[in-house]
Design a protein around this ligand. Structure first.
Ligand code: NAD
Ligand code: ZN
Length: 329
């Protein structure tokens, strides 16, 4: 299956890379992905393998990659082969090395297939400041081989599902009802729903490449989500699942969304093993405190395509959080 957008070409097929091989170019990957694909990588010399995890999105690793690149005469393109961490640092390398060379994303996590591998945002962290330095630079192609999901841990699969459910809620693509039935890696329609979800990200990006408007709609669930991700021991997918439920309830309170849509959202998370309730010990005051310093702006919410950057005053948010967290206890 193929989708040609103005920004990038997205191809999805089981076996796409395993059968046809990785295109020529300088490969950036991580150790986990390398270990699982030794056979197809064994003859590739132009490669840099990072340690798995967010810590590798650093200026030091960026420098090490540039040093390795500088030892090679001609580099045709950069291939990002891995999850979002690899995609982010490789994208930054591709956009800055010799003022930018071709980039191909080969995502191996579900999150990278439908979210981080698409839309061109890249970056590295400076200490605790996430994505502090980066650019927006579109990959020429995103080549998605769904067979990479076979080895992906369930927890990582769920992280991607949470973002897919977000896309469905925002644009009903694939239909939100699809997620009311559990999604498994080997479902018949897996390629189709990955492509539809990827389409939401690329279409929204196409309309707002630089993230000044519509792209903020992708932040649905992330205002509350980021706060509880920081405060509690939750994965990104878990945090934004709770965030989406709670933000949808807040939207319902001010008349922006109907209850039946929230019911479908809740069911989608439940059948797919994602949480919907506040974590133990959640505190309205602590959440409010973090929201005040949200780097995307204080008390700004993305509820839907139209209301994608809506300011809600602090008192309304506080009252909602207090009441809802009390109910949870
Ligand atoms: N650029 C963007 O638009 C954007 C959007 C969302 C998130 N992000 C970034 O993405 C990163 C998170 O990405 P992620 O969730 O893919 O995490 P990740 O890249 O850390 O991958 C998760 C884990 O899965 C392993 N892995 C990858 N593919 C595998 C496979 N096929 N089989 C088994 N294990 C595999 C990795 O080695 C890693 O341990 C964060 O740094 C975040 O900031 C970027
Ligand atoms: Zn997210």
């Amino acid at each position: 299956m193929i989708l040609k957008s103005k920004l990038s070409i997205i191809e999805v097929e089981r076996g796409l890379i395993r059968n046809e091989g990785i295109p020529l170019g300088f490969i950036i990957t991580d150790r986990n992905v390398f270990e699982r694909n030794k056979e197809s990588l064994k003859n590739r010399k132009e490669m840099f393998v990072i340690e798995p995890g967010e810590k590798s999105k650093s200026i030091e690793i960026y420098m090490q990659i540039l040093k390795k690149l500088s030892e090679i005469d001609f580099v045709e393109r950069i291939i990002a082969f891995g999850g979002g961490v690899v995609g982010d640092i490789a994208g930054f390398v591709a956009s800055t090395y010799k003022r930018g060379i071709e980039l191909i994303q080969i995502p191996t996590t579900l999150l990278a297939m439908v979210d981080s591998g698409i839309g061109g945002k890249n970056g590295i962290d400076i200490g605790l400041k996430k994505n502090y330095v980066g650019t927006i630079y579109q990959p020429k192609k995103i080549l998605i081989d769904s067979s990479f999901l076979d080895s992906l841990p369930e927890k990582e699969f769920s992280n991607g599902l949470a973002e897919m459910i977000k896309h469905s809620y925002i644009m009903n693509k694939p239909k939100l009802e699809r997620f009311c039935k559990k999604v498994n890696k080997n479902d018949k329609d897996i390629n189709e729903i990955i492509l539809k979800s990827a389409e939401v990200k690329i279409k929204i990006t196409e309309k707002d490449t630089k993230d000044n408007g519509l792209r903020k709609a992708l932040n649905f669930g992330h205002t509350i989500g980021h706060a509880i991700e920081l405060l509690h021991n939750l994965s990104h997918g878990e945090a934004i699942s709770i965030g989406m439920v709670k933000e949808a309830m807040l939207a319902n309170k001010i008349g922006l969304v109907k209850q039946d849509k929230i019911d479908s959202l809740i069911k989608s998370f439940e059948v797919n093993g994602l949480p919907i309730s506040w974590p133990k010990g959640a505190s309205a005051e602590k959440i409010i405190e973090i929201m005040k310093y949200d780097k995307k702006g204080a008390f700004l919410f993305a509820f839907d395509i139209k209301n994608h950057n809506k300011f809600i005053n602090e008192k309304t948010v506080r009252d909602f959080l207090k009441e809802d967290i009390d109910l949870n206890d």
